[in-house]
Design a protein around this ligand. Structure first.
Ligand code: ZN
Ligand code: ZN
Length: 445
């Protein structure tokens, strides 16, 4: 089989379109070949998923997870480097001349107590960023991504006579802390390893398992993380006039800050302010001297982003002033821009996926339509020099699960809920199909 020339700069997409055309033209055969590999791997990937689900680790603490995945990638023939950006892994596989393609998974879990009731539910605990002990759970479904990532690598190695190029499989730490991508970039992700021409990642979300959403343009929101310490004056619980109560001060802030969303932001534009953490005090009869809040801000437009960031700070200062309290300490911690998918690559990849998986399974969402409200620091990899990239959305729930929830009159739990439990088998299968087809689309013979 002839080896395609390396896809280069300006002509990158055009020259790589041959791969897409080849896969799209013979989509049924490609899907059959991929599915045969998935069938072979299913018991092993199921066991891997359960293992990862039962042993979740917080961001930058993913030692066990990284070691497990690194060992598997080495066994497949990848050259693996560990501890890139603290706990990240980079696995490289050369297969002749062709483009360099990144496939990324997250490695981390969340500080939340799993309440899914599953037989393999996590009871793991760890010390969080704030020094407190916390339960840990894969409440965002990153365990399905890791299993699909291993499955995709395995499938591509078995099918290596059908493509040419270099694979860079990245296991990124601390996605939930919106800082793992930057840590890997600062540790030479794009200088110590082949620089990707193309990049792909996928995230499980709401929707029917087996379906995939391909967004053109902005796919996820921008995130700004803010920590605020409201300073008060400690006193006896029976003598509020002798102190300044930071709990009342912060409580005013929590309700007032929503006016920034309701009254300052353009109502047609997306913007969210959530206070996700509020810690203050020890016992009932002491007025504490401070209250610590953590906020997440989400937006798409730069103007909305500025309005809500400014509004949060102004409202915090005003709450302190109203309470006669010292000024609050406001600290911006993690931030990430929207993930922007290459519109052309999204369209060609969606066409490949439709040909292989069926029209009804794939939705190409146009650039002007809204993306997901959630955020991702995969955006930092794209912005650092990987513009030809697509971030897919995978449906998380089997029809039977959706029907059961409807019959019970309940909404299905969303990502980060302690009840979030996607139907992992079909999610992993679709993840492998989508990522493998996407890679073959830009590297196929
Ligand atoms: Zn998440
Ligand atoms: Zn996630």
């Amino acid at each position: 089989m002839p080896v395609r020339p390396i896809c280069v700069a300006a002509a990158l997409l055009a020259s790589c379109a041959t791969g897409t055309a080849a896969v799209a033209a013979d989509a049924t055969a490609y899907r059959a070949a991929i599915d045969a590999q998935i069938d072979r791997q299913t018991p092993d990937l199921d066991a891997l998923y359960i293992d990862l689900h039962t042993h979740p680790e917080l961001g930058f603490q993913e030692q066990r997870t990284a070691a497990l995945l690194a060992a598997r990638m080495r066994k497949l023939g990848f050259t693996v480097t560990e501890q890139v950006g603290k706990t990240g892994i980079v696995a490289v596989y050369h297969n002749g001349n062709g483009p360099v393609v990144m496939v990324r998974t997250e490695l981390d879990a969340l500080p939340v107590e799993e309440k899914t009731g599953l037989a393999y539910a996590s009871r793991a605990t760890a010390t969080g960023e704030d020094g407190r002990q916390t339960f840990v759970a894969q409440a965002c479904g990153h365990d399905t991504h890791m299993a699909a990532w291993i499955g995709t690598a395995t499938t591509l190695i078995v099918l290596k006579d059908r493509w040419h190029g270099t694979l860079v499989f990245v296991g990124q730490p601390a996605e939930e802390m919106v800082s793992g991508a930057a840590a890997m970039l600062n540790d030479g992700l794009f200088t110590r390893f082949p620089r990707p021409d193309f990049g792909f990642a996928a995230h499980v979300q709401a929707g029917l398992a087996g379906t995939v959403s391909v967004k053109q343009g902005p796919a996820t929101s921008a995130v700004d993380t803010i920590q605020i310490r409201f300073n008060g004056v400690g006193a006896h619980g029976s003598m509020p006039d002798k102190g300044i109560d930071p709990i009342v001060e912060a409580a005013h802030f929590v309700t007032d800050v929503q006016s920034v969303i309701a009254r300052e932001k353009d109502p047609w534009k997306f913007g969210v302010v959530t206070v996700g953490s509020f810690h203050a005090g020890t016992v009932s009869n002491i007025i504490p001297d401070h209250a610590d809040l953590q906020l997440t801000l989400r937006s798409y437009d730069a103007d909305v982003r500025k309005i809500i960031n400014d509004g949060v700070e102004r409202t915090a200062r005003a709450a302190a002033e109203t309470a006669r309290a010292p000024a609050p300490d406001i600290r911006h911690t993690f931030t990430a821009s929207p993930v922007v998918n290459d519109p052309a690559l999204a369209a060609t990849t969606a066409a490949t996926l439709k040909a292989a998986l069926g029209n009804d399974k794939v939705t190409l969402v146009p650039e002007t339509a809204p993306g997901w409200t959630a955020s991702e620091d995969y955006s930092e990899l794209v912005r650092a020099g990987m513009p030809h990239s697509v971030y897919f959305g995978l449906g998380g729930f089997a029809q039977a699960t959706i029907d059961r929830a409807q019959a019970d009159g309940k909404a299905l739990p969303v990502n980060h809920s302690p009840l979030f439990a996607p139907d992992h088998a079909p999610v992993i299968r679709t993840g492998i199909e989508v990522l493998t087809l996407a890679v073959l689309g830009v590297t196929g013979n």
